[in-house]
Design a binder for this molecule. Structure first.
Ligand SMILES: Cc1cc2nc3c(=O)[nH]c(=O)nc-3n(C[C@H](O)[C@H](O)[C@H](O)COP(=O)(O)O)c2cc1C
Length: 315
């Protein structure tokens, strides 16, 4: 529908929900509602305008890498219907930063655009920091804010340690200081890291000038799933997203909110499958929420349902 100009108003009519009570100002940016599209769906900013018509308050494009990359061979996305989850090993497929900029120039949507940036799979050593810095500088004029994705780009699936992380972020934050317009920089964390690593990241975040945290990415864990071990084995490697993540990520949001005394805005993500999940995430301390697998299972009406539910709670 989004592709046909004449049908665009119908998309908006069907899915968009506006209300002053939904509006939020976070990191100095005005969001028309708190529901965002998580990274991994609009990887090359081809669908941002359509997602905006579908009622999202913000869209996280990417992960974007300096050079285009095909990602892993198919099949690379598997549904786990019994768990309302998916396992994905996409391998950060995207058209690369230059193509993404071309798309952003063509199709600027009305929703806020966040660029999720990461390194190319082949980049190692010093090149990693350079990759992040390059994507940041190139995209600066074309998006409203940034998410630094260190949660799912490293070969072992683990996050880099704090000294490495600070090298990446220092490069970005130093560049930002030289620019006229201030754009928020958020850090996306994996739910698989321990509390001591989270504490280190929070200390660093508060000292360095990071504007917020996205909590969080998908998990490598396969615990407490209804899907049979045989099916899981046949799928093989990949990160798990969807309903099984919710409890853990909700607790992480609550933990970070308490630890930072609410001073570091949080984007709550992971396992938000229903309007009630979104509301719980916001009550736990998130300023904004994001959906991904929920959209794959419920379809585009999920955004409107969440927003309607939030309006009814405010009434
Ligand atoms: C198919 C797919 C691709 C994804 N790709 C990315 C990505 O490129 N960068 C990223 O930071 N997160 C990526 N994610 C993670 C999501 O942004 C989100 O953090 C995670 O799926 C948890 O949210 P959910 O349970 O609502 O899906 C991807 C998730 C899926 C399902």
């Amino acid at each position: 529908m989004g592709r046909t100009t004449i049908l665009r108003p119908f998309t908006k009519l069907l899915y968009k929900k506006s209300d002053p009570s939904l509006e939020r100002t976070v990191f100095g940016l005005k969001f028309r509602n708190p529901v965002g599209m998580a990274a991994g769906i609009d990887v090359s900013a081809k669908y941002s305008r359509h997602l905006s018509d579908m009622g999202f308050g913000f869209i996280e494009i990417g992960s974007v890498t300096p050079l285009p990359q095909k990602g892993n061979p198919s099949p690379r996305l598997f549904r786990l219907p019994k768990d309302k989850a998916v396992i994905a090993r996409m391998g950060n497929n995207n058209d690369g930063v230059k193509a993404v900029i071309d798309n952003l120039k063509k199709k600027r949507p009305s929703a806020i655009i966040a660029a999720n940036i990461t390194k190319n799979a082949a980049s190692e050593g010093d090149k990693i920091v350079k990759d992040f810095g390059y994507c940041f500088s190139m995209l600066y004029d074309f998006v409203d804010m940034f998410v630094v994705n260190i949660s799912c780009s490293f070969a072992d699936g683990k996050q880099p340690d704090i000294s490495y992380l600070s090298e990446i972020l220092d490069e970005i934050l130093d560049t930002r200081m030289t620019l006229d317009i201030y754009k928020p920089v958020l850090l996306k964390i994996s739910p698989d890291i321990g509390h001591s690593q989270i504490d280190e990241i929070l200390n660093y975040a508060q000292l360095s000038g990071i504007d917020g945290i996205v909590v969080g990415g998908s998990t490598l864990s396969r615990e407490n799933l209804a899907t049979s071990p045989k099916k899981l084995e046949s799928i093989g490697e990949g990160r798990l997203s969807g309903a099984p993540l919710f409890k853990k990520n909700l607790e992480l949001v609550r933990y970070i909110n308490e630890k930072t005394k609410g001073r570091l805005p949080i984007v709550g993500c992971g396992g938000i499958m229903t309007p009630e999940n979104a509301s719980e995430m916001l009550k736990a301390g998130a300023s904004l929420v994001e959906v991904c697998t929920g959209l794959l299972y419920s379809g585009p009406s999920l955004v409107k349902k969440i927003n309607k539910h939030l309006i009814s709670e405010n009434a």
